[in-house]
Ligand binder design. Structure first.
Ligand SMILES: Nc1ncnc2c1ncn2[C@@H]1O[C@H](COP(=O)(O)OP(=O)(O)O)[C@@H](O)[C@H]1O
Ligand SMILES: [Mg+2]
Length: 289
């Protein structure tokens, strides 16, 4: 029996459907990733699992029991913790105060609460060093670790993490993903959603690809890497970028909000397109036609 079984989930906002029958499973002890472009429905899927959204149809079973539409309080109590997109920590509270807020489920049990705090600070050494510092003064990566640490304060069986890598420098992504591995080593099961395909394929045991509200592919991360799923996911640009990089890691070309990129106003011709020529034309010219 899988730890989490989602079947044929359908939900949307107002009258607009977003998920068109999403099914997935997570086995105990796994790190599973849902990979997909912006707007695919990844956050909507996590919100439906953690009870923030009530599904229109379909079911969510956790440890064999139905929790469909149970609401966030009951899902937290059942052992599911959700780290939402955008690492929402309380900037005016200290690191330790933020962690305490995550432990409300066990606050009544003072001993377990103290144990959880020790465990989280043991995993996230950087948080121990900064436990008295205001969360708003942490770097983006440290805030992400704090957001994950806060979720761990409820001793979840299943941790849901929404785009932990978003907006972080590659070295910080590595550190945050290292923490997610440590969380699994400590006994939790993890479901992450990400846009950053290369880093995620290295983190997860198993990956689902999501596009426009449906799961379009899935399998062990190692197989997905070999099957060239990256190219399918990122398009031919990934193959070209890899050729240019000559074997170096190419990172994530999927983000549009990177500094230095700006949207081109409609009608403006990109500078370099004048130099491009269709391959057929180039060949013809080479042959002197
Ligand atoms: N609160 C909301 N109200 C209306 N539409 C929403 C809301 N949240 C997300 N959507 C829409 O649902 C679709 C899926 O969004 P989301 O689940 O956030 O995708 P992802 O997390 O994969 O980027 C998008 O078209 C998005 O515009
Ligand atoms: Mg999202």
């Amino acid at each position: 029996m899988p730890l989490l079984a989602v079947s044929d989930l359908r939900v949307g906002y107002g009258p607009v459907p977003v998920l068109h029958g999403v099914s997935l499973t997570v086995e105990r002890g796994e790190i599973v990733a849902i990979l997909g472009p912006n707007g695919a429905g990844k956050s909507t899927t996590l919100a439906s699992i953690s009870g923030l959204l009530r599904p229109w149809a379909g079911s969510v079973e956790f440890e064999g029991k139905p929790i469909t539409g149970a609401g966030p309080q009951r899902t937290v109590a059942a052992g599911i913790a959700h780290v939402p997109e955008g690492r929402r920590v309380f900037p005016q509270l200290t690191v330790e105060e933020n962690l305490k807020l995550g432990g409300w489920r066990v606050r009544a049990e003072a001993k377990r609460f103290a144990e959880n705090l020790e465990r989280v600070l043991g995993t996230f050494a950087v948080l121990r060093d900064r436990r008295g510092q205001l969360a708003g003064t942490l770097s983006g990566g440290e805030q992400q670790m704090l957001a994950i640490g806060r979720a761990l304060m409820s001793s979840p069986t299943l941790l849901l993490v929404d785009e932990a890598a978003m907006g972080l420098a590659p070295v910080m992504v590595d550190r945050v993903f290292e923490m997610i591995r440590a969380v699994r080593e400590a006994g939790a099961t993890v479901l992450v959603v990400e846009q950053n395909a290369p880093a995620t394929l290295a983190l997860a045991d198993r990956v689902y690809l999501m596009q426009r509200g449906t799961i379009v592919a899935g399998g062990p991360a190692a197989e997905m890497r070999q099957a060239g799923i990256l190219d399918a996911y990122l398009g031919p640009m990934a193959a070209a970028a890899r050729a240019l990089a000559g074997g170096r890691a190419i990172g994530d070309p999927g983000r549009s909000e990177r500094p230095g990129r700006r949207a081109r106003p409609p009608g403006e011709v990109p500078e370099r397109s004048a130099r491009k020529m269709p391959p057929a034309g180039r060949k013809r010219r080479a042959r002197g036609e």
